[in-house]
Ligand binder design. Structure first.
Ligand SMILES: [Zn+2]
Length: 239
């Protein structure tokens, strides 16, 4: 809609002198084209939130800061591993958040009309009729779903579930349209969640096997190197 904005964004992929006049590369600035590498995360809030968790420790000397970070990390990993193990013990396949999302989608999906385009290729069309401002408009989403998906299956661009809205490709969780197709075919929608979210992988992620207790301080190797003092003229207040 804004020609100036288009002009600006088109140059984003071309400003690298090393590669010269590159093709337009929307993956440099549009998450929808990033191939799923950011898992739908748009902000740096995750790392910013750590700043507030370490507010008190930031005043400590370096050794204290490192120690405290270590203890906190071990605690967090343990807590999360317990949650993942409990989920596994309950016999649940996916984390609670994903199941809630799928349930919400299932409720909404009842209003979507699904057309089978080619069952062999796993191609469908999800027709979404409820546009708030314009009730007459139907939005059409092309969906590819294959239950017997193989990673190198040439029929599918990537992953087990593919939708024109790109959400399954970006975050690995079935979108509203994929859920509607599953309802239409009487398939289990949880078969189309990315394996990386499985309870087994959740347990693996939070396994504390790589943490080991500190030795006592007197067993640490002695430091014989130079002692470095900060240059007082370089110390500034604030950020
Ligand atoms: Zn979709």
């Amino acid at each position: 809609m804004n020609p100036k904005a288009i002009d600006y964004l088109e140059k984003c992929g071309k400003e690298n002198e090393t590669y010269g006049n590159e093709q337009w590369k929307p993956e440099r600035w549009a998450q929808t084209y990033d191939g799923g590498y950011r898992w739908g995360i748009m902000t740096s809030n995750g790392s910013e939130s750590l700043n507030s968790r370490y507010k008190a420790e930031r005043r400590l000397p370096v050794v204290g800061l490192v120690e405290d970070t270590w203890y906190k990390t071990v605690k967090w990993f343990n807590e999360r591993k317990q949650i993942a193990l409990a989920r596994q013990a309950e016999g649940e396949r996916w984390p609670k958040e994903i199941q809630l999302k799928l349930m919400k989608h299932t409720l909404k999906a009842a209003a979507i009309n699904v057309i089978t385009v080619d069952i062999e290729r796993g191609e469908f069309e999800a027709q979404v009729p409820f546009e708030k401002n314009n009730p007459g408009v139907i939005w059409k989403y092309q969906v590819f779903l294959k239950r017997d998906y193989q990673p190198r299956d040439p029929q599918l661009p990537s992953r087990r579930a593919w939708c024109k809205c790109r959400k399954p490709q970006l975050i690995g969780i079935p979108c509203l349209h994929v859920v509607a197709v599953c309802g239409h075919c009487r398939w289990d929608v949880s078969d189309f969640v990315d394996e990386r979210y499985s309870k087994e992988n959740m347990v693996k992620i939070w396994s504390t096997g790589d943490f080991h207790c500190y030795e006592d301080e007197d067993k640490s190797p002695r430091y014989d190197g130079p002692v470095i003092y900060p240059d007082k003229t370089m110390i500034n207040r604030g950020r």
